[in-house]
Write a protein that binds this ligand. Structure first.
Ligand SMILES: [Mg+2]
Length: 192
């Protein structure tokens, strides 16, 4: 198999990103490095990236909601998702394609106005549906092959932030949120 399909031109990528009104992320391997830390009673910890988290908060402030869609179930994801103010937290969804359809219906958003970032084979269903498909640098080859946008960063290490920046810059909103962050009365929105 070739490494990747021909990728959209920069102009087409920006046009796709400018249409995005909902960001959807897989969790393990996308918002985390894919590590699952187990204790005696099961899954105990995941590692999230604070800069990815900041980007998701900034997207929300810019009016671009974000959601997570994962096949696994963990209270850790609920805690992190609530902390970031995510618009939806869908867990335990073994069939991610139909779950994405549910999400689009819930938000009344056409698939072409949705971006999805995944890293493994079970993400190909949602990726094939959306207007902008994306993956971290260390996604499996089949996913890198399909994605419109392959981030330079790995999962849990800035990949999600790259997608947020791409969409906010494409729609001219990035400078607005950076300006918001310069104001001393709004800096506390970002923790850490
Ligand atoms: Mg994954």
């Amino acid at each position: 198999m070739t490494e990747t399909l021909p990728k959209p031109s920069k102009e087409e990528l920006v046009a796709r990103a400018a249409r995005v009104r909902l960001l959807v992320f897989d969790v393990d391997g996308v918002l985390t490095d894919g590590g699952l830390y187990y204790g005696p009673s099961g899954e105990a910890m995941k590692r999230f990236d604070v800069k990815d988290g900041h980007a998701l908060v900034m997207a929300r402030l810019a009016g671009l909601p974000a959601a997570v869609l994962t096949a696994r179930s963990s209270s850790i994801v609920d805690v992190r998702g609530r902390e970031l103010g995510l618009a939806a937290i869908l867990q335990g969804k073994k069939e991610k394609g139909p779950a994405l359809d549910e999400l689009l219906t819930q938000f009344s958003i056409p698939a072409e106005s949705c971006a999805y970032m995944g890293d493994d084979l079970n993400d190909l269903g949602p990726m094939s549906r959306v207007g902008l498909s994306a993956c971290p640098a260390d996604a499996v080859p089949e996913v890198r092959h399909e994605a419109h946008f392959v981030a330079q960063s790995r999962g849990g290490q800035g990949a999600a932030r790259e997608l947020v920046e791409l969409c906010l810059k494409a729609s001219g909103r990035w400078e607005d949120v950076v300006g918001l962050m310069r104001r001393s009365d709004t800096q506390s929105i970002l923790k850490g």
